[in-house]
Design a protein around this ligand. Structure first.
Ligand SMILES: CC(C)(COP(=O)(O)OP(=O)(O)OC[C@H]1O[C@@H](n2cnc3c(N)ncnc32)[C@H](O)[C@@H]1OP(=O)(O)O)[C@@H](O)C(=O)NCCC(=O)NCCS
Length: 185
């Protein structure tokens, strides 16, 4: 069963993390535009939202006093493994927190909520292409250490992974991000 919005609310002090709703779309765009240099990530989120596989429960917002101050997108991606096997895992990102609210744990709360949500939805692993030290603090490990790569043109150490179900990453493999990601990264 797919969890509803109410199933996935995480509260850290005064921060609420919950799935996006239709009314959040503009605010999410503003958050992404303010956090990243340029528009690429904001447009990527918009593009992914329009694709058939998009599910609001995989797009989480952080709300502070009724205002959206952070966002993280999760995307189902195939992990191609030996013997032609393909396992669905989740790719985390883009993730953003408005600069005025950074360094108060909102990014970490978003990642913890994303991990909880991935577990609830039954995914075996989460991969991230991003600042490796940031994600390592939250349990992610270097993907290269698990013989995992991807179709993105990012530095090898930028890819980190968190196994949620033992054995999911056994034998390594290649994570294939959808074209809108591969065009940017
Ligand atoms: C990265 C980002 C999401 C962090 O959000 P946040 O709410 O400030 O994160 P938290 O408060 O949970 O954690 C802050 C800690 O993360 C670490 N951190 C933050 N940015 C980091 C980076 N770019 N690389 C490594 N570590 C980083 C620091 O240790 C920081 O600790 P400090 O507050 O003692 O300085 C936010 O700064 C952001 O939106 N940045 C611009 C967009 C971006 O780079 N997104 C991530 C793409 S992978």
């Amino acid at each position: 069963m797919v969890p509803t919005a109410a199933d996935c609310v995480v509260k850290t002090q005064d921060i609420i993390v919950r799935p996006e709703t239709a009314g959040d779309v503009k605010a999410i765009d503003v958050v992404n535009l303010s956090a990243f240099e340029g528009e690429a990530e904001a447009r990527l989120v918009e593009t992914m939202r329009r694709l058939p596989g998009f599910a609001p429960e995989l797009s989480l917002v952080a709300e502070l006093n009724g205002r959206i101050v952070g966002h993280v997108l999760l995307t189902r991606v195939p992990l191609q493994q030996e013997g032609g096997r393909a396992t669905r895992v989740l790719a985390l990102g883009p993730m953003s927190v408005v600069p005025s609210q950074s360094h108060r744990g909102i990014g970490s709360a978003l990642i913890r909520a994303a991990i909880d949500q991935a577990r609830k939805l039954g995914f075996g692993a989460i991969v991230v292409a991003g600042h490796p030290e940031y994600y390592r603090r939250l349990g992610f490990e270097p993907a290269a250490g698990r013989a995992l790569g991807s179709n993105l043109r990012v530095a090898e150490d930028a890819l980190t992974v968190l196994e949620l179900q033992a054995g999911t990453l056994h034998g390594g493999g290649r994570v294939v991000y959808p074209d809108p990601f591969a065009r940017i990264f």
